[in-house]
Structure formats: structure tokens, C-alpha cells
Design a protein around this ligand. Structure first.
Ligand code: NAP
Length: 231
């Protein structure tokens, strides 16, 4: 089994690496991140680094599983989730879309062709329940919600395109639940204690979902408990 995990230094990304190693001790796991401890350094703003990393890791052997675990909700004091239209800015939109939509789309561009042509394989990107338009009851978090809704559209498009050449490839978005990480830290006070997952619990749940996916699921988004999240 050959696995790629992009964003392997994030809380959920690192937990996915551990869970894959625990579940599939013989798997060949390739990690990608900005950090030095990954197998491959990827600069999220420089597509050439992603392209070269994908090429370097391929070696003629297709992937069974590619997970994109990157994403941002806030970046320093200046880029925080917007409560109101008054808080919107072009800079915030650019930064959040670059991380949450454009990078996973480029990951799909470079990694989907590396999946098996004739054997079940999965490309999964971490999305978020708040990217569901029909589920939006609270408003706010404009750029983050919109970037994840756009990511869900990229996933649907890629699923349609890939099925022509990779007939058993499954492309999905995954919602990890609310997970204790730097990303969620400023917003954890409203979360019930038993609803705040450890990265390890979330990663194990997500890999259970991945294991159960079928071709009919391609193009959709699923939560950590396997429930489909409506668009
Ligand atoms: N935590 C939650 O409650 C929660 C809920 C719903 C959805 N999610 C989604 O789960 C994913 C992972 O979140 P997490 O909780 O593990 O967060 P985290 O611990 O803060 O990890 C963030 C990840 O994003 C990467 N990253 C940082 N800056 C980036 C940038 N500018 N562009 C692209 N990637 C960047 C990091 O890469 P490096 O490995 O290179 O450091 C790291 O892999 C995100 O997509 C998030 O939207 C999380």
C-alpha cells in the first residue's frame, strides 16, 4: 500500500500519518509539508515544489491513498474569521482561498494522475461542515466557509473528470469534526467537551470512513462519522 499525506505536520495530518502506520504497518507512507521533518518540503504558494515532490515520489508506483490535510482558518492577528460583512477584505479572501481551495486543487492536479488506473484508490481532502451551503444557519466566517464550499466543488469536478481514466478512483472531501488543534484553539470555548476530538480520534474515524468508501461516494463530502454532508 502506498500513501501520501500532504500537510503532515498539522495536528490532524500528523495523526493521520500515525494512524496509517498503525493500521497498515507495511504501507509506504510519503509525507509532505513546509516543515523539515517531512519526507518532501512543499511551499504551499509555489506549485513547482508540489509538482517536483509528486514526481519524485511516484517512481512508477501508483498511490492507494492521498490525503490533503492542509488548511487555515486564521493567520495571525490580521486574518481572523469575519463576523460581519464589515470585516471582509480582499487580502483575507486571497490568503484563505490560497490555502483552502487553490492548494488542494493543485494537489489534485498533481496527485490524481498518480492513483491506480484499475484498482480502488482514494484522494481525500479535509473540508469542513461549514462549507455546506444548505447547512449554513449561523452565517459568519465568510472566507473560510466560501473557500471550503469552493473546495467541495473542486472535489466534485475532479471526481467527474478522473472517472474517465481512473475508473476505480474515489475523490472525496472529509469533515474531521471539531478537533483540538492550533486551527480551532481560539474557538473552542463554545464547544462541549465531549464534542472536541483529539487529533488521534479524528484521524482514526476519518480512516474508517475512507476504508468504507465506494465508487458511488466519489465527488461527495463526508463527516468523521460517515454521514454525508449536503452541498
Ligand atoms: N480542527 C478542526 O476543528 C477542524 C474542523 C473542520 C475542518 N478542519 C480542517 O482540517 C484541516 C487541518 O486542520 P488542523 O486542525 O489539523 O489544523 P493545524 O494543526 O493548524 O494544521 C494546519 C495544516 O495546514 C497547513 N498550512 C498551514 N498554513 C498553510 C497555508 N498558508 N497554506 C496551506 N496550508 C497551510 C499546515 O501545513 P504544514 O504541515 O506544512 O505545517 C498544516 O498541515 C484544515 O483543512 C481544516 O480546515 C479542522
Amino acid at each position: 500500500m502506498k500513501v501520501a499525506i500532504l500537510g503532515s505536520s498539522g495536528a490532524i495530518g500528523a495523526a493521520c500519518v500515525s494512524e496509517v502506520n498503525r493500521r497498515y504497518p507495511h504501507a509506504e507512507v510519503h509525507t509532505f509539508s513546509r516543515q523539515n521533518d517531512a519526507d518532501y518540503r512543499v511551499d504551499y504558494d509555489d506549485e513547482t515544489t508540489l509538482k517536483s515532490a509528486a514526481e519524485a515520489t511516484f517512481n512508477g508506483v501508483p498511490f492507494d491513498l492521498v490525503m490533503v490535510t492542509t488548511g487555515v482558518l486564521h493567520l495571525g492577528a490580521d486574518i481572523q474569521p469575519e463576523k460581519s460583512l464589515r470585516d471582509l477584505s480582499a487580502d483575507k479572501f486571497h490568503a484563505i482561498f490560497a490555502a483552502n481551495t487553490i492548494f488542494p486543487a493543485l494537489a489534485a492536479k498533481h496527485f490524481l494522475p498518480l492513483l491506480h488506473r484499475d484498482k480502488r484508490s482514494v484522494f481525500a481532502a479535509l473540508s469542513a461542515r461549514v462549507g455546506s451551503i444548505s447547512d449554513n444557519r449561523l452565517g459568519g466566517w465568510y472566507a473560510y466557509r466560501a473557500s471550503k464550499a469552493a473546495l467541495n466543488m473542486i472535489i466534485k469536478n475532479a471526481a467527474i473528470e478522473i472517472e474517465r481514466r481512473h475508473k476505480q478512483a474515489i475523490v472525496v472531501g472529509l469533515h474531521p469534526g471539531t478537533v483540538d488543534s492550533d486551527l480551532s484553539k481560539p474557538f473552542q470555548s463554545n464547544v462541549q467537551q465531549n464534542k472536541l476530538f483529539t487529533p488521534a480520534f479524528s484521524a482514526a474515524s476519518l480512516l474508517d470512513v475512507v476504508d468504507r468508501l465506494t465508487l458511488d461516494d466519489s465527488g461527495k463530502c463526508f463527516a468523521w462519522d460517515g454521514q454525508e454532508i449536503p452541498a
